[in-house]
Design a protein around this ligand. Structure first.
Ligand code: SAM
Length: 258
């Protein structure tokens, strides 16, 4: 989608963008080459401190802020506003009012993230095209599913996560200005990094904190289960290459010009 807004001869780098729910700024950093300034906002002061200390691009800045109240962003000032894997946490009624206030006419609102990993845990399982015997693959997948079932047990976001579709109906309705894309990302992995990935999820950390569970101990339990299955195919279960496959969505929608 062209995000140049009203000025069609406008070429990149564009002027201003914001990344809301930016976490440690990984999703903000990729925008740096394309804009004169990008603001990363997150309501977690810890995440913002991490972004400020690790990301040094001069045209990026980070600030603590709530998606539902973007008071630090002037009216009609952004060509692009992004939300990566965070919109399911927001109060979208309030957030969309703010999106509409801060976007320039013709500006783009982009949301992306994982696609319903709770209902379709196969999305986080190992690539079925990997030359594994299907029975071994199924057992590995079952352990990943079990890990998700465990950490989602009492999560307060479970209802949002259990939705079939992670993306949220965008604020701009005209079909020609809204498009949805499904894609798949896959990462080279092994059993240690699969569990490392699960451990990095906020869901895992919340589960451990709320249930007084030692994160490393829980991680070792799942590594051990995966290791025992991998031993059926290799004598180097920790290093054996796997692929972790995740379905993603991207929804683009444009604020009308008038
Ligand atoms: C899964 S992380 C995504 C981080 C980053 N966008 C990415 O793609 O890697 C979700 C982030 O949303 C933030 N968040 C959740 N609710 C929020 C809200 N209402 N306002 C601002 N940030 C919020 C959390 O603190 C967390 O850092």
């Amino acid at each position: 989608m062209d995000i140049s807004g009203p000025a069609k001869d406008n070429k990149p780098p564009y002027e201003n963008a914001a990344d809301v729910g930016c976490g440690t700024g990984i999703s903000t950093k990729v925008m740096a080459p394309h804009f004169k300034h990008v603001l990363g906002l997150d309501y977690s002061a810890t995440q913002i401190a991490e972004a400020q200390s690790s990301i040094k691009e001069p045209n990026l800045s980070f600030s603590v802020g709530q998606a539902e109240n973007l008071h630090m962003i002037p009216d009609k000032s952004l060509q692009l506003l992004t939300v990566g894997t965070a919109i399911h946490y927001f109060d979208c009624k309030l957030f969309f009012k703010e999106v509409d206030r801060v976007l320039l006419p013709g500006g783009c609102f982009a949301q992306f993230g994982y696609n319903s990993y709770y209902h379709e845990p196969r999305n986080l399982a190992f690539n079925p095209e990997h030359p594994f015997n299907p029975e071994v693959l199924r057992k590995l997948n079952d352990v990943v599913v079990e890990a998700f079932e465990t950490i989602l047990q009492q999560d307060r976001y479970k209802p949002a996560l259990a939705r079939e579709d992670f993306g949220v109906e965008p604020p701009y309705k005209e079909t020609e200005s809204t498009s949805r894309h499904e894609m798949e990302m896959s990462y080279p992995s092994n059993i240690i990094s699969v569990v490392g990935y699960l451990k990095s999820l906020g869901l895992w950390q919340n589960y451990c904190k709320e249930n007084n569970v030692e994160s490393e101990k829980l991680a070792q339990q799942f590594i051990e289960k995966l290791r025992n299955i991998m031993k059926e195919v290799t004598d180097k279960p920790d290093e054996y290459p796997l692929e972790l496959c995740t379905a993603m969505y991207v929804i683009l929608s444009r604020k009308p010009l008038a």
